[in-house]
Design a protein around this ligand. Sequence first.
Ligand SMILES: Nc1ncnc2c1ncn2[C@@H]1O[C@H](COP(=O)(O)OP(=O)(O)OP(=O)(O)O)[C@@H](O)[C@H]1O
Ligand SMILES: Nc1ccn([C@@H]2O[C@H](COP(=O)(O)O)[C@@H](O)[C@H]2O)c(=O)n1
Length: 775
Amino acid sequence: MWRRVASLSSFLSSYSTSFVAQTASRLNTWESLTTRIAQQANGFIAPKEKTPFITFVLGGPGSGKGTQCIKIVETFGFTHLSAGDLLRREIDSNSADGAMILNKIKEGKIVPSQLTVKLIQKGMESSDNDKFLIDGFPRTEENRVSFEQIIGIEPNVVLFFDCPEEEMVKRLLNRNQGRVDDNLETIKTRLKVFEALSLPVINYYSQRGKLYTIRARGTEDEIFEQVRPIFTAFEACHVSTMILSIHLLSPKMVALLQARPHTIPWILHFHCSSKSKKNRNQKQLQRRQFQHHKKPALPFPRSSPTPLVIRHKPLIQTKVDALDSVVKDLEASVKNGMVIDSEIYSSLLETCYQLKSIDHGIAIHSLVPPNLLRKSTGISSKLLRLYAASGRMESAHQVFDEMSRRNESAFPWNSLISGYAELGQYEDALALYFQMEEEGVEPDRFTFPRVLKACAGIGLIHVGQAVHRDVVRKGFGNDGYVLNALVDMYSKCGDIVKARQVFDNIACKDTISWNSMLTGYIRHGLSVEALQVFRGMIQEGFDPDPVAISTILSSFWSLKIAAQIHGWVLRRGIEWNTSVVNALIAVYSSLGKLGGASWLFHRMPERDVVSWNSIISGHGKHPEALLYFEQMMKSGTSPDSITFVAILSACAHLGSVKDGERLFRLMRNKYMIDPRMEHYACMINLYGRAGLIDEAFNFIVERMEIEAGPTVWGALLYACSIHGNIEIGEIAGQKLFELEPDNRHNFELLMKIHTNAGRWEDVERVRQMMVDRGL
Ligand SMILES: Nc1ncnc2c1ncn2[C@@H]1O[C@H](COP(=O)(O)OP(=O)(O)OP(=O)(O)O)[C@@H](O)[C@H]1O
Ligand SMILES: Nc1ccn([C@@H]2O[C@H](COP(=O)(O)O)[C@@H](O)[C@H]2O)c(=O)n1
């Protein structure tokens, strides 16, 4: 405790002496509340409770990552965690995932992220060190996001060993360590994977100002001379981190600190990693200094202090865990009679919203004095938004009703409108918009897109037109953000011509504008216009995003267009984007080009459940469907309900009744997927096609847990028509006539059954039913 006060005082001394004294004296009362946060902010006070310093080491295969890591460890005392080594160790330990990992490594592909992150996490937790070199990770965006989600921290430094491809290939072929992936074929895939999946991660860190690129050619020592200054500089600056953190606070926060010094730990907690301009400038300065290999003239903070505490055995927390600790401390402090500043409540509620943590929001709500909640627009607006975003509209509305100054801004209204619109309660969303007008609250640019979403949802074009008039009247007629929402509203309400007019009037179109128009045309079945928009988008220099590309691909079952788009995708170098490949597989499969679909599938660097579903559906009439399904299970990707529709339907086409029954059981018992109407229809199809009409009928009567719909009865009627089962065909027909009274196809099928059996009276009876229904 004493050390904590002393250290806190020492860093504050550079700021204000009276401030220090006050803070130190208040620290006793604040002990439980502040300890964790002060430690988080102040990495150097207690050696055993530090924030870890994380370095990601990236680069192509054979760029020399491992070699340089050994040198960094020797010189700077880091703990080296090589993702590849951890995976190889997992194989050697005969773990359940060993075979799958070995396959991935042999193929040069990426192991599912969760698994790798868990191994890294274990490695970090079992080390007493707080400086980690994580080598060969993250290899993909999914790796990166998984790390952030599971470990909850970002790296301080990202090293990128940039090495020419031919040099990397040469080194790998000479490595001689008996690795299964050091052969030309795997190396080729690894290089492709690196380009398609790892380069985006490197770009990401470059944009975040964390990337240090090392030219990885030359001798090992020459390369290390580029690496050395980076860590030397970071070590030199370690101690000054905290002082700078204080200076990086916004003027508003500094004023708050002076007025209410006890709030400092909270503010540090939430603002240490803020991206202030000053902070960015500092980082730029730091980078420039590194680039010139000089010691920095000014101290700088760690590149991204994290809000987590690492104890003796580093306890890796997620952001939600950290929030949990803070809320618990807050509860204890309130219980002890402490008065909490409204900005703290509001800041915490903002964090709850960002982390989608409604339970913590509810806990904080219970701590806010009702009077403060009513009076503080900041707290109530954020609480209301949190409730609305999590679909708790009753609680949101209650907070709204009790707000004393809710008409001062559109913010609380927007949150409520948004909440209702997201839940599909469009009438309530619109009612609020009109109430807003009645109460004289000015809508803002965020109000309209939410209201227009409600108009689109309800499909009332005249209400949408009225809102459009308001948009113009209130001066938002040129606001691209609002106009995009208008395009979407008109297209969803059926007026695609008006949608186009609005689209043409958007002066600065962005990707969303183009995508809204594109999906509008596709929704209206106007494929030619959609393709024109797609081409226009490219001509105007907008890269259609993977969603647009897959949308356009899935609306054109034309080999020529698919090939053109495929060509464009190749030229843009995004041919291995997972959703693009998935769409290409679906298109090629549906056009009967199963060879092309399989070629893509086998070469894609990373597959998701959609990839598997596409290839299984594509092979719906071929025995390979079952093989793909088995491979999918081995790969560690969990099938979803669409997978089972695809595989059950394949079993039906292949006449594999036993497999179908087994897979239906597997879906329920292993994957806990409740069968939906489509699955039941597949089962009826399975029995029906195999001529097991009684089994199909009994399945409907005895095993269905939901009322059978037209797809189920339709499958049964179809089976009866193939196998000439008059009795059950008549039952299925009668059911369908009730469910789909104007579907002439059902009548025709039943007539066919009776015709084949020479039952002319029944044919006439069914024909008369058709006439009576005006069919
Ligand atoms: N500067 C260098 N010049 C020549 N050879 C080097 C150099 N650096 C490393 N090597 C050699 O190249 C091979 C690959 O290096 P290393 O294993 O460090 O690469 P890596 O990036 O970790 O590869 P991977 O991603 O495949 O694990 C090793 O045999 C290593 O001794
Ligand atoms: N994040 C990672 C890292 C590695 N792999 C797999 O291991 C292979 C070897 O990795 P090296 O770093 O030792 O070259 C790599 O090709 C991948 O198969 C992974 O999946 N994810």
